[in-house]
Structure formats: C-alpha cells, structure tokens
Ligand binder design. Structure first.
Ligand code: BYC
Length: 325
C-alpha cells in the first residue's frame, strides 16, 4: 500500500468513526453499509448468532412434546410455536449475515461446538406442565430481555426483534394458560404445575446472563446501545413480573428471598447457582450432549435439501445467463 493509500484509509476510518459515534449519540441506527468499529461488528455477530442458535436449538425440547400434547388444539398451538422459533432463527441468521459472516459458517461453528446457545435449552422437559413453564418463564424471560433489543443500535437486529417479540408474547400467554389450567385441575395436575415452576425458575433467571460484575461484554455493549439494560437490571425486572403473575396462577415462586428493595428500587431474588451456569456453558449441563447430537443429525439429514436448493439455484442462474446472451 502506498503512503497516500494508507492516509486515505486512515482518513476514511476517522471520518467513519465520527459518523458512527454521532449516530450512536443521537440514538440513531447503524445500517449494514455504514462504517462501524471492528469490535462492534464482532460483538454483534457474536450476540446475534448466539441468539439465532438459541432459537434453533430451542425448538428441540418443545418439539419433543408435540406428539404427546394432550389435545388436538394443544398440538396445533405447540406446532405453531415451534415453527415460530424456526422463523426467529432465520430472521436472526439473516441479520447476522448482514455483518459479513455467512450463515454456513455460523452453522459450522454451532455444529463443531464452537458457538454458544442459551443455557436454558440444556435442561430436560419432564412433563406436559414443563411446556407451560417454558412458555411462561422462558418466553417471559425472553420478552423481558428482548423488548429493549428492539431499540438496539444495529438496524437489522432491532427490526428482527420487533417481530420476534410480538410472537413471543403469544408464546408466553400459551404457557401461562397451560399452567393456569393445570393449577386449577386435579391435585396431581396442580402438583405437576408447581413442580415444573420449581425446576424452571432458577434456570430462567440465569438466561439473563452472569451477574453484572462478571459480565465482560455488558459495558461496551451498553455504550454502543446494543444492550440498553444490564443483566441484573433485566433479571430484577423479570422477577417483579413473575411475582404478580404467580398470584393469578395460585402457585408459589420457589424463592423465599424475593422482595422489593425500596432503596435500590429493584426486585431482589435468592442466590443462584452460578457454578451450575458455568457447567452448562462449558457443555456439561443435563442435556447439552443430546441437543448437540440432535442438531448434527438434523444438519446431516438436511444435506439433500441444501444440495437440491443449490442445484436449482445453479440451473436458474444458468438460464438467466443464456437468456442474457
Ligand atoms: N446462555 O458478558 P455477558 C428464546 C455468555 S432464545 C449461554 O453478560 P452479553 C427462545 C455470553 O454469550 C433466548 N451463554 O454477555 C427460543 C458470553 O459469552 P461469550 C436467547 C450465555 O452478550 C426458543 C458470556 O456468557 N436470547 O428465548 O453481554 C424457544 C458472558 O456474558 C448466557 C438471546 O440470545 C446464557 N444464558 O449478555 C423459546 C438474547 N448468558 O460470547 C424461547 C440476546 C451469557 O463472550 N442476547 N452467556 O463467549 C443477549 O441479550 C445477551 O447476549 C445475553 C448475554 C444477555 C444473553
């Protein structure tokens, strides 16, 4: 590179950085062709691809229950929910691709065990009430975390989140309704609902990520207005929502330490087992191996679809080339 070329590149970066900082300061959106710092691109690709993987892996625990759902209506609703999650994965992979990483690469990383997906999907789904608890607690936590992401500074991510959040609201309602019906059913059904809430409560609080003091990405992410609130702020907000909703269910939160702290204006909760969280992130949760194995199988089983789509695309492209000539 010549000295002038380097100078021009440096000038370009300096001008780009200024526009980027101004846009962030004015709460405006960064779009794919805009200049952005390499770390912003990297961190967004990390977060959005992890989010996409979570949606795709998240289909597994619920899909396992479609054939066992207790009525035709419940099967249809659950099937629609699982299909929604697939759609969320696709919007998010598309949003991540606008940052320059091809989707095939992201899939390879997931399958090779190099990429993360949400800790929550490494827990077993033992009863039908778990499907209610997942909808109510897991999708509830997802909404609480993701509504602020509708205002994320990166345009394609924020826009994808708007649609995702609308669908998550339905998901939460269906989970709540399953639990409500069980809570008002026979003593056995009620006990099953309480047991599911007991098992999913702590893992759903951990979905918000590690405590703020152990969250290496939060500070930069908040400066860049990707995240608008810290992990602990959102976790506390979620606890406050659950405290009210559990009253309607007539069940109990398995946490005697929940209380509103007037001084901080935050909901407090009991201690969480962060060692368990670390184990799950390290691939040693109850279902990590099973989820990854199933994902790899699905990828291999889908090879013929990818091959057929590529062959079709190549034929179409050849047709256009012939026509143009
Ligand atoms: N699980 O510095 P931190 C759904 C990782 S899908 C696994 O606080 P950040 C649904 C984190 O990635 C729900 N890993 O990170 C789908 C980081 O590792 P790296 C998925 C976690 O990014 C189907 C390290 O720990 N939602 O709802 O500032 C059916 C340090 O963390 C977790 C999203 O993905 C975790 N729970 O904040 C039903 C939302 N937490 O990358 C429902 C979008 C943290 O440095 N993502 N880690 O190696 C986010 O909002 C943020 O990425 C997080 C973490 C709040 C999750």
């Amino acid at each position: 590179m010549t000295a002038t070329a380097i100078e021009t590149r440096a000038d370009h970066d300096a001008a780009g950085e200024k526009v980027f900082n101004d846009l962030i300061a004015q709460d405006m959106r960064i779009e794919p062709r805009d200049w952005m710092p390499a770390d912003y691109r990297k961190s967004l690709t990390r977060q959005i691809s992890q989010h996409a993987h979570s949606e795709i892996i998240g289909m597994q625990p619920e899909a396992n229950w479609i054939t066992r759902a207790p009525s035709l209506k419940r099967k249809a609703v659950l099937m629609a929910k699982v299909q929604d999650e697939a759609g969320h994965g696709l919007y998010l992979y598309s949003a991540a691709e606008t940052l320059g990483t091809p989707r095939d690469q992201m899939t390879e990383d997931l399958i090779a065990g190099k990429a993360r997906y949400s800790s929550i999907f490494n827990y077993p789904v033992l009863t039908w009430a778990d499907i209610g608890a997942i909808g109510w607690l897991v999708d509830g936590a997802a909404i609480c975390n993701q509504v602020p992401l509708c205002r994320a500074s990166y345009g394609p991510y924020g826009r994808a989140m708007v649609r995702i959040c609308k669908e998550e609201s339905f998901h939460q309602r269906q989970g709540f309704e399953i639990l409500l019906e069980l809570a008002n059913g026979t003593p056995e059904q009620r006990a099953m609902a309480q047991d599911a809430v007991n098992r999913w409560y702590a893992p759903s609080l951990m979905m918000f990520g590690p405590p703020d003091e152990d969250s290496p990405n939060s500070q930069k992410s908040m400066e860049w207005k990707i995240k608008r609130f810290s992990n602990d702020e959102l976790r506390s907000r979620f606890v406050g929502m659950m405290v009210e909703q559990i009253k309607v269910l007539g069940l109990d939160l398995p946490d005697k330490d929940v209380r509103f702290d007037e001084e901080s204006g935050r909901w407090e909760h009991g201690p969480l087992d962060w060692n368990e969280f670390k184990e799950v992130l390290a691939g040693r949760g109850p279902c990590n191996a099973q989820r990854m194995e199933r994902r790899r199988e699905a990828h291999e089983d889908g090879a013929w679809v990818r091959d057929a789509a590529s062959a079709y695309a190549a034929r179409q492209a050849a047709k256009h080339t012939t026509k143009a000539a």
